[in-house]
Design a protein around this ligand. Structure first.
Ligand SMILES: [Zn+2]
Length: 270
């Protein structure tokens, strides 16, 4: 699933093409993705609204419109792009089309059909329960420490909990725990002060690196111009099972943790 760096890269790749445009039409072949609206009701509310800004919150792409806020969640296999700029003309997974008043079309493609498109008057309806943005200035070490010491769960699933911290998923949780030299099976309330600080720094560092490399194209994720990001070429442990740990040379292990594949070094993550 695309995580913070991938979603941020989609936003950056689309922003210049959509901000300032108004929607002229909307159609979908998969109405479940716009529930509770019907396609007709969704289109009639959306059409005519202008895109004021394009941003990101957690793993959501956020269009601030003249009246409402439009959220797109890519989930497993979503892709959002301008038709005229996408290299493959025969994308058979296009589920929704947004007409723009500059003549272009914004397409939402989604092979697995888990993606969501939501239109709300108040963004808080969607974002109200989300945790802090890990790269924002307001997310401080003290804030992270406070939040962490109130939790008793296992650290890896906690990092992926969007109410705890927004935007981190399986890839960047594994990578940040490796960088912080923390075993993903540790209980959150057993981390000492130094480990908490290392983890805080590591989360920010791996997310920033992911953004700088325009995301990790391990499976379905592509930028809005159809090209891949490059973070997958720089993984420490994610998807590196039985390869040497870049720090100590031990072989990277993979286990199931919180129902997710989890990669770590059994020697230097303690
Ligand atoms: Zn190691």
């Amino acid at each position: 699933m695309p995580e913070l760096p991938e979603v941020e890269s989609v936003v950056r790749g689309l922003r210049d093409d959509v901000v300032g445009c108004s929607f002229t039409c909307f159609e979908t072949t998969w109405p479940r993705q716009i529930r509770p609206y019907t396609p007709k009701a969704f289109a009639s509310r959306l059409v005519g609204q202008r895109i004021i800004t394009l941003g990101r919150r957690a793993k959501y792409i956020v269009f601030t419109l003249s009246d409402d806020v439009l959220f797109v969640h890519l989930k497993m296999t979503g892709r959002l792009y301008i038709k005229e700029k996408w290299p493959d003309e025969d994308d058979t997974y296009v589920r929704a089309r947004f007409g723009l008043d500059d003549g272009n079309e914004l397409l939402f493609s989604d092979m697995r059909k888990f993606g969501r498109i939501q239109l709300v008057a108040d963004a808080e309806e969607i974002t109200g329960s989300l945790g802090p943005e890990p790269l924002s200035d307001s997310f401080t070490l003290d804030d992270f420490r406070d939040r962490l010491t109130q939790r008793q769960g296992t650290i890896k699933p906690l990092l992926m909990n969007q109410q705890f911290v927004a935007g981190v998923g399986n890839i960047y949780a594994d990578e940040s725990l490796w960088l912080a030299r923390i075993d993903p099976r540790r209980k959150a309330d057993t981390l000492n002060s130094e480990e908490i600080e290392r983890l805080y720094d590591a989360i920010r560092k791996v997310l920033e690196a992911g953004i700088a490399r325009e995301g990790a194209s391990v499976n379905w994720y592509r930028k809005p111009d159809g090209t891949t990001g490059s973070q997958q070429n720089y993984f420490y442990v994610y998807d590196q099972v039985d390869k040497p740990c870049p720090r100590c040379g031990s072989l990277v292990h993979k286990i199931r943790l919180g129902q997710r594949g989890t990669h770590f070094c059994p020697t230097c993550q303690v």
